[in-house]
Design a protein around this ligand. Structure first.
Ligand SMILES: [Mn+2]
Length: 328
């Protein structure tokens, strides 16, 4: 039995600021290639790791260019919801989202948290489970989201839209280390959310995989170097094989990502990081809210309203990046 996994497609109708190409057109080409790969490798189902869409309720005009591609796959598409698919990171809103609607139409089959799905082919039975993104993901005990029990099957596969990673991320970025979940009964744990992916890891005979996002939204140097790929899984009586299939339709990063904005952004990030570090290291300011510091500095120095609001907006954006997700 074979399955093909992709994640974080972030379907949208416009090109992100950092992209130099026509993003929706490039994405359509990639998704068509994924369907061709599914046919070529005769997979039995497609899997999606979440953030199918960039917003919970994208315009019909946006979706109409993509949904027919998914509908023509010829095999079931099992998916979980990513943070971008949900209103307020709340899986209870799923029925109001485009992803929930596609589930009702039967274009997508959502893996709900309760019961796993079983796929059977050529005498091999695979248990498929999934965990949607939710507000406490990577903040509460990893057991609740990443661990599954294997029941009455040959192989268990678990999808999670969470920040699973092979090494520690900076403090303040919620994430789950692979080391913490190696006692799972799932033979294969596959995550999305982290667009860069991580090196395939095999521990105690268990596989932990994330091929990375199908799209490159940020112009982070690692994203410029990265080639988007789909993950092919093959289940045989002897075990699980996996292979990353790099997409030929994905243009080189240098061609589609704009470097000019990066240098400027890197400089600003560095300055902001220095500023925050300075504030944090000074005990006197430890309990002060950064917004208040800016307000009082602005008052003292007669800074214009526009500058002050600009500073507050940047802090809000930086805080959102720190508290919510890095490069989700
Ligand atoms: Mn994402």
């Amino acid at each position: 039995m074979r399955l093909l996994y992709i994640t974080d497609t972030h379907i949208r109708g416009t090109s992100p600021q950092n992209r130099k190409d026509n993003f929706p057109e490039t994405l359509r080409a990639k998704m068509k290639e994924v369907i061709l790969l599914a046919k070529k490798h005769r997979v039995h189902a497609l899997l999606h790791g979440g953030d199918l869409f960039d917003t919970p309720s994208p315009a019909l005009a946006v979706c109409s260019g993509f949904i027919p591609i998914l509908a023509e796959a010829g095999v079931p598409l099992y998916a979980i919801a990513g943070n971008h698919d949900l209103f307020g990171h709340n899986p209870l809103t799923l029925d109001r989202t485009m992803l929930g609607f596609l589930n009702r139409l039967g274009v997508v089959r959502l893996l709900r948290d309760e019961e796993p799905t079983y796929l059977e082919q050529h005498g091999i039975k695979v248990q498929l489970s999934g965990r949607n993104y939710h507000y406490d993901m990577d903040r509460r005990s990893p057991e609740e989201d990443y661990l599954v029990q294997k029941k009455d099957c040959d192989f268990a596969v678990h999808l999670v839209h969470g920040m699973l990673y092979d090494k520690k991320l900076p403090e303040g970025v919620p994430h789950t280390l692979i080391d913490k979940i190696t006692h799972t009964e799932a033979d294969v744990t596959i995550s999305g959310h982290n667009h860069l992916g991580f090196q395939a890891t095999r521990i105690n005979g268990r596989l932990f995989l994330n091929p990375g996002s199908l799209v490159r939204l940020s112009n982070h140097p690692a994203e410029i170097k990265r080639k988007p790929a789909a993950l092919l899984l093959e289940f045989t009586p002897n075990g699980v094989n996996y292979q990353y299939l790099q997409l030929k339709s994905a243009p080189p990063g240098e061609e589609v990502l704009d470097r000019t904005a990066i240098e400027q952004a890197a400089f600003q990030e560095e300055k902001l990081a220095e500023f925050v570090k300075g504030i944090k290291s000074s005990g006197e300011f430890q309990n002060l809210v950064i917004d208040e510091i800016i307000q009082s500095l602005a008052d003292k120095k007669g800074v214009s309203k526009a500058v002050r609001e600009g500073a507050l907006a940047r802090i809000a954006a930086a805080r959102q990046r720190l508290e919510v997700d890095g490069s989700e």
